[in-house]
Design a protein. Structure first.
Length: 564
């Protein structure tokens, strides 16, 4: 039911999709109907299909033709990838835009081992157009390499056939995540459908029925929304993991806890409480926050104080919308009240402030706004600020706003970054700062730690509601003074340095896929946590050995494989 609901919602917004995608991804005139070819070359199938696991990655700019995703003979281990921005060369009934490539097609497009040939053929290296694969680095390259990249000189990679979805640039450029949810839901449905078909092909090639496990990595997150697991994406993933009648073994979704623990984007207020909201100057994008009441309790009501000290009531009409104006009729903010889940559901009051960068003389005043919660239920309200910063590799994003309160100390008396709230001082929270994509009942939530000293949480790691850094943690930073890790880029010889829980999650994905392929019995989040805790010796969730230079041919005499 939830899968059907996801597809219905996605279909409902198809009319608005052209504004979010390049024209080449939508063109269908004269395109032939796609033929149902195989997913993998026979030489790329797992040697023993009963000891294999499917790994899926949903991200942006995934270098599907990279040698890390090939066999020693040069065949692609990517069984299927949906390139949402690629030139649409054929029509498929289940893909409304973009293009799907399967392993043999990728082999044909690579042209004697040249990955760029495949990207050019898909329209992903067009100056002035879709240029995502012409860069040296990308988030998707790092995540996919960690989750499923293998030295092609070694045979282990064949045990992990890959599926992938490369999301549109416009979805990630809008850092609040308001555009990403339905695209990711469509990606999840695509991955499940292709995993089932791939499992059937693996059974045919093996000559016996096999049910490979599936581990899906989603290293993306949002900071605002329903934090109780009621979001459609969380419900979809939870529903999928419960299904046992498909051709697959256990299904897991691995997500990062996010990077906003110290960003002051979450707060808790009771009726009559106040908190500051600092909005930066010269911000070219909207700033927004959400105020959530408890289920069944009265809807929150709000008053605002502008940076110059004027207190303004927030009006709401019968439709639950209102416009905040100054004394001269200039619009300062827009407010929308919704109740999610019917009359007994949770009320959410969204406040949207226009950009503070002057445009034709119109701009919201930057500085310290104050929020006064004039009405709320007995449980109080949870406040979440939308992410609005700059994403690596993207231009033109906004500046991050944050909460301000006199009782909040950014650091301890010794100068360290605090970890969990124990107890919380003031309304600003660190507990519960995990990504809103990580609020389901079954996802494996992964936090970031330091490689040295081992096990210490990285300062930015979002926390679950109980104050933990995640169900699992994995290193994403060398130390408290050396952030990030060196990882492969888009080109075979390129490298990049990145940090964040987005890099911890695929390390957990890799470990879990290997454990399941080796016969580990796990069906739920609790099983995975217990599996990790009981492992003797403890598994190494650090950076896997990946070839530093990944071009063909590789010289066995060179020290290309190093642990960093």
């Amino acid at each position: 039911m939830i899968i059907k609901q996801s597809l219905e919602l996605f279909t409902a917004i198809l009319d608005s999709i052209p504004a979010l995608l390049p024209a080449q991804a939508l063109a269908v005139k004269g395109a032939p109907v796609a033929e149902e070819g195989p997913f993998l070359d026979p030489a790329a199938h797992p040697p023993d299909a009963g000891q294999a696991a499917i790994v899926a990655v949903i991200d942006y700019a995934i270098p599907f033709a990279h040698p890390l995703f090939t066999t020693s003979e040069g065949h692609s281990r990517v069984a299927s990838i949906w390139l949402m921005e690629a030139a649409r060369a054929e029509r498929r009934a289940d893909i409304a835009f973009g293009r799907e490539l399967r392993g043999p097609q990728i082999d044909a497009l690579r042209r004697a081992g040249d990955p760029d040939a495949a990207y050019r053929a898909c329209g992903l290296m067009q100056p002035g157009g879709v240029f995502q694969m012409a860069h040296a680095a990308s988030h998707g390259a790092a995540v996919a390499a960690l989750a499923a990249g293998h030295d092609p000189r070694q045979g282990r990679g064949r045990d992990f056939p890959m599926l992938a979805v490369s999301l549109p640039r416009s979805v990630l450029a809008e850092t609040t995540g308001s555009l990403s949810g339905l695209f990711i839901q469509a990606a999840v449905v695509f991955v499940i459908a292709r995993a089932r078909a791939l499992a059937r092909e693996m059974s045919r090639v093996a000559g016996r029925k096999v049910a490979p496990p599936l581990v899906v990595n989603l290293s993306l997150g949002v900071t605002a929304g329903a934090d109780d697991g009621s979001a459609l994406l969380s419900r979809l993933q939870d529903a999928v993991t419960k299904i046992r009648k498909w051709e697959l073994g256990p299904i897991f979704f691995v997500v990062p806890t996010g990077n906003s623990r110290q960003a002051r984007l979450r707060a808790k207020l009771q009726q009559g409480g106040s908190i500051g909201w600092r909005i930066p100057p010269a911000d070219p994008t909207l700033n927004a926050l959400e105020i959530w009441g408890a289920a069944g309790e009265p809807a929150p009501r709000l008053a605002l104080s502008t940076p110059d000290g004027r207190q303004i009531a927030v009006p709401l009409d019968q439709t639950g919308q209102g416009v905040v104006e100054d004394g001269r009729g200039a619009r300062l903010a827009r407010v929308v009240l919704q109740r999610r889940g019917g009359d007994a559901g949770r009320a959410c009051l969204t406040v949207i402030v226009p950009p503070t960068l002057p445009e034709a003389g119109k701009a919201a005043p930057p500085g310290l706004w104050k929020l006064h919660l004039t009405e709320a239920g007995a449980s109080g309200c949870d406040l979440f600020i939308h992410r609005d910063d700059r994403l690596s590799g993207f231009r033109g994003q906004g500046l991050q706003s944050s909460f301000v309160h006199a009782d909040h100390a950014p650091r301890t008396a010794s100068g360290r970054w605090p970890e969990r709230d124990s107890p919380p001082l003031g309304p600003i929270r660190r507990n519960g700062t995990a990504s809103l994509h990580a609020r389901g009942a079954q996802q494996i939530r992964v936090g970031a730690t330091l490689a040295w000293p081992p096990g210490r949480l990285s300062a930015y790691t979002g926390l679950l509601s109980n104050g933990d850094g995640g169900d699992i943690t994995a290193p994403a930073d060398a130390s408290s003074n050396v952030f990030g890790m060196t990882l492969p880029g888009i080109a075979p010889a390129a490298c990049q340095r990145l940090s964040g829980t987005s890099l911890s999650a695929p390390q957990a994905t890799r470990w879990l896929a290997e454990a399941l392929a080796d016969g580990a019995d796990a069906r739920s989040r609790a099983d995975v946590v217990n599996l990790l805790a009981a492992a003797t010796p403890p598994p190494d969730l650090g950076l896997p050995d990946l070839p530093w230079r990944c071009g063909f041919p590789l010289d066995p005499g060179r020290a290309d494989v190093t642990r960093r």
